[in-house]
Design a protein around this ligand. Structure first.
Ligand code: ADP
Ligand code: MG
Length: 397
């Protein structure tokens, strides 16, 4: 069921606490923000609230302070960046709960923005402590969740707080739920899923849930080795999850029964080692040397996968096709990014590494949707309900 959003609730003059995901990467030496896309992703919600004369209180975690104050993980630099991006003053607080913060929140005027201190400076946050959640709730009249990336975790600022305040979705949350939700409920067919990444075991739930919806399933990345081995091919030193071979076999049989085309690579790049010095060699899957391992899909496979993907009206992609961190093993992955970016079809990308590559290639804007939540997007597509989403108010029919 669709969730209420900030459009469905009166925000004018109200103190609105927004859980955002400002967990941005920082330069270890200088403390500078190296990528502010997570801050930019929250701007539509923040702008709407400011324009509608709400008193905006933002709250996020940053890094892993594990319940202690860590000076390098204070929110002040983020407030500065947010202020630059919005062209508005953004004030900060010395903490995220307590008398001082309550006072700061209660003296806010319409359109003001206050960014609370790192919420994970308190152990109670990740423990979803009810007293802590209540203390947070005291700051506001309305709770908004715009942090899709943490919606799979039941913390005080994502779940606990919703017990004490009316809880609705922000625009980023809404966009994620719409884009990922339509894959599961009403994708335009043909619908293809391109799956890669390191291991089958990380993705079993995803593969099983999505294979009931798709017309086409393409398997690349490290997990292809387990499928190839299950078909009887020699895969050399590639990691094979022996206990997942039966499952791979079952998935291939089930695909046949259901009339889904499930394709594995036809050729692969192999190398002596997974290192920056190693050079790759292209071989057909029938000729994988016993002393080498698969590091990427080969050019014939790129061609084969591309032909199939071009037929689709909807494409979902999770997991790199090869060890993309090493440039000479990144060709297959890059070719798939370029292909999807060039298509008119609905293209949805999930998974941390996969989104990172698309961003690195500056092609995020060419995709229909690149999820900001790695683990959250995978859990959602597994068919699991996300605790941070469940607690939000349902839209009336
Ligand atoms: P995502 O974060 O997008 O969900 P994963 O975490 O499942 O993706 O997988 C990413 C990792 O998979 C990368 O570190 C990449 O090096 C690895 N990988 C891809 N192909 C292979 C391969 N053939 N052998 C070993 N590792 C691989
Ligand atoms: Mg990953």
């Amino acid at each position: 069921m669709a969730k209420k959003t900030i459009r469905d609730i009166e925000v004018e003059g109200k103190r609105v606490l927004v859980r955002v995901d400002f967990n941005v990467p920082l330069d270890m030496k200088t403390g500078a923000i190296t990528d502010d896309s997570r801050i930019r992703a929250a701007l539509p919600t923040i702008r709407y609230l400011v324009d509608h004369r709400a008193k905006v209180i933002l709250c996020s975690h940053l890094g892993r302070p594990d319940g202690k104050v860590v000076e390098e993980l204070r929110m002040a630099p983020i407030a500065q960046r947010l202020s630059q991006l919005t062209n508005l003053p953004v004030s900060t607080a010395s903490d995220c709960i307590g008398a001082d913060v309550e006072k700061a929140a209660s003296t806010l005027k319409e359109g003001d923005i206050l960014l609370l201190e790192n919420i994970r400076f308190h152990t109670e946050e990740e423990a979803n402590d009810p007293f802590f959640a209540q203390a947070l709730a005291k700051l506001a009249d309305i709770y908004v969740d715009d942090a899709f990336g943490t919606a799979h975790r039941a913390h005080a600022s994502t779940v606990g707080i919703a017990k004490y305040l009316p809880a609705v979705a922000g625009f980023l949350m809404e966009k994620e739920l719409k884009a990922l939700g339509s894959l599961l409920t009403n994708p335009e067919h043909p619908f293809g899923a391109l799956l890669g990444g390191a291991k089958v075991s990380d993705k079993i739930g995803l593969i099983q849930n999505i294979s009931d919806k798709v017309d086409l399933l393409l398997i690349g990345g490290g997990m292809a080795a387990t499928f190839l081995k299950a078909q009887g091919y020699e895969v050399g030193l590639s990691l094979v999850e022996t206990d997942k071979q039966d499952l791979a076999h079952e998935l291939m049989e089930a695909a046949k029964r259901k009339g889904i085309s499930l394709l594995v690579p036809a050729d692969v790049m192999v190398a002596n080692s997974i290192s920056a010095e190693a050079t790759g060699e292209i071989v057909p899957i029938a000729d994988i040397p016993t002393n080498k391992s698969i590091v990427d899909i080969g050019p014939k496979t790129v061609e084969l996968f591309s032909q199939q993907i071009r037929q689709c009206q909807t494409v979902f992609w999770n997991g790199p096709m090869g060890v993309y961190e090493i440039p000479q093993f990144a060709r297959g992955t890059k070719a798939m990014v370029e292909l999807l970016a060039s298509m008119k079809a609905t293209t949805v990308i999930g998974g941390g590494s996969t989104a990172e590559i698309v961003e690195e290639m500056n092609l995020t804007h060419k995709m229909t949707h690149v999820s900001t939540g790695g683990g959250a997007s995978l859990n959602f597509l597994k068919g699991k309900s996300l605790p941070g989403v469940s607690v939000l108010l349902d839209k009336e029919k």
